[in-house]
Design a protein around this ligand. Structure first.
Ligand SMILES: NC(=O)c1ccc[n+]([C@@H]2O[C@H](COP(=O)([O-])OP(=O)(O)OC[C@H]3O[C@@H](n4cnc5c(N)ncnc54)[C@H](O)[C@@H]3O)[C@@H](O)[C@H]2O)c1
Ligand SMILES: [Fe+2]
Length: 386
């Protein structure tokens, strides 16, 4: 049995790492970096810090600051024009998962062309793309270390998973100081996303000894620090621990997989514009309860790493404690239900068959310890509504 492991070839990790961005670009041998980011990063001055680091090394750098949360195929057109106009030879994805995923999609499409739809899962995309250096500003998506880009199809509203080494950043600059500005809600949502990545990577049918180590390390750090960054966002130690955990969780799921929570949360993002981590959080306890029968020991390990159970608990008790802890976490982090989030029962139930079909089509549910059919997915959606 062999495992295929893929990682960025360089990572700079720690306070102030963004100021060393120029060294990273120099290592790649590129000359014309384009920073791909969003309007908030430009207004807050973060894009300027990155730009200055590039200018100091003598690079011809430019900024494209029009990325949007949960990027769509329509939103890529302006970015492709900017890549061509600057004649960029490397893209710096600066921001949350949305900016990094946009940079990955632009780097890929500018070499390959064609509608993004043709590259969605289950296709595994290899071959040339412009190199991407990822600089995360949320401790969540882990996109800085993953071989995925998630782009919504503007025509069908489908949140497409696009996968393969063509989407893996060549380098990552992981500077937790960039996350200090996150408000409480964003800290919670992105932190739960990272926790979901780690637990799903560990219980996945694609889990392996390499991904397991990263997953457990991330689960343990998130258990000790997620509530703290929500309550006290200026706690630098907690921010540092969450940032590293998010990258480790990204490495874990990129080399294993995500599973049913992610499969079901993407349609929630696409149809109801619920933030990705929040959508995961709404599903996490119920989907975990549904899945335990397929991997009780693995869920028990997660419970112990998270601090929800101890060595004295047997697997059955520990796995149960995990579900209870996920409910408690949602309550402590102010996670609403779809109903209290303002989604009407009519809209919710009308879209269930389509959402179930899209969840299955993504392939993620096939990696779940218990593989559901469409009817079971609809039932799970119905259960979490109120
Ligand atoms: N490619 C992958 O492997 C992968 C993994 C998980 C999630 N995703 C995708 O990533 C997206 C979600 O990314 P995200 O959760 O990081 O958020 P995001 O990139 O969508 O950003 C959300 C908002 O937070 C703001 N923001 C970002 N950093 C901030 C900071 N430091 N301070 C204040 N505000 C800040 C942004 O400006 C934006 O308005 C989703 O589309 C999701 O599907 C991708
Ligand atoms: Fe995610």
């Amino acid at each position: 049995m062999t495992f295929h492991i893929a990682l960025p070839r360089t990572m700079k990790i720690g306070a102030g790492a963004v100021r060393e961005l120029g060294d990273v670009i120099a290592e790649i041998g590129a000359r014309r970096p384009l920073i791909v980011t969003d309007p908030f990063m430009q207004k807050s001055g973060t894009a300027d810090i990155a730009l200055q680091a590039l200018h100091e090394n003598g690079f011809e750098a430019a900024v494209f600051a029009e990325t949007v949360p949960d990027p769509t195929t329509d939103s890529l057109a302006a970015g492709l024009a900017a890549v061509r106009q600057h004649d960029a030879d490397v893209l710096v994805g600066l921001g949350g998962g949305s900016s990094i995923d946009t940079a990955k999609a632009l780097g890929f499409l500018s070499k390959r062309g064609g509608p993004m739809r043709q590259y969605k899962a289950p296709r595994r995309n290899t071959g040339p793309s412009l190199p991407v250096v990822a600089v995360p500003t949320t401790a969540g998506s882990g996109s800085e270390a993953t071989q995925f880009s998630i782009i919504s199809d503007s025509e069908t509203n489908e949140k497409m998973l696009c996968a393969g080494p063509a989407f893996l950043p060549v380098a990552a600059v992981v500077d937790y100081e960039l996350t200090l500005s996150m408000p409480a809600r964003l800290s919670a949502d992105t932190g739960i996303d990272a926790l979901t990545h780690a637990i799903e990577a560990y219980v996945s049918r694609k889990a392996n000894p390499f991904s397991d180590g990263f997953a457990l390390a991330a689960i343990s750090a998130i258990g000790g620090n997620l509530r703290e960054v929500y309550k006290n966002g200026s706690n630098r130690d907690a921010r540092e621990a969450m940032m590293l955990a998010a990258t480790q969780a990204g490495i874990a799921f990129s080399n294993s997989s995500v599973a049913l929570v992610h499969g079901m949360s993407r349609p929630l993002g696409a149809h109801f514009h619920i933030a990705h981590g929040l959508a995961n959080a709404m599903l996490f306890p119920t989907v975990t309860e549904f899945s335990i029968a397929g991997a009780e020991t693995r869920y028990a390990d997660c419970a112990r790493a998270l601090g929800a159970a101890g060595p004295q608990d047997d697997d059955e008790a520990a796995a149960k404690a995990l579900v209870a802890e996920l409910h408690a976490l949602n309550s402590d982090l102010g996670v609403p239900t779809p109903q209290s989030h303002g989604i009407s029962a009519g809209d919710w139930h009308r879209l269930l068959p389509l959402m179930a079909q899209q969840a299955l089509a993504s392939g993620s549910p096939d990696n779940n310890p218990v593989v559901p059919d469409a009817a079971e997915i609809e039932k799970l959606y119905a259960k979490i509504y109120a």
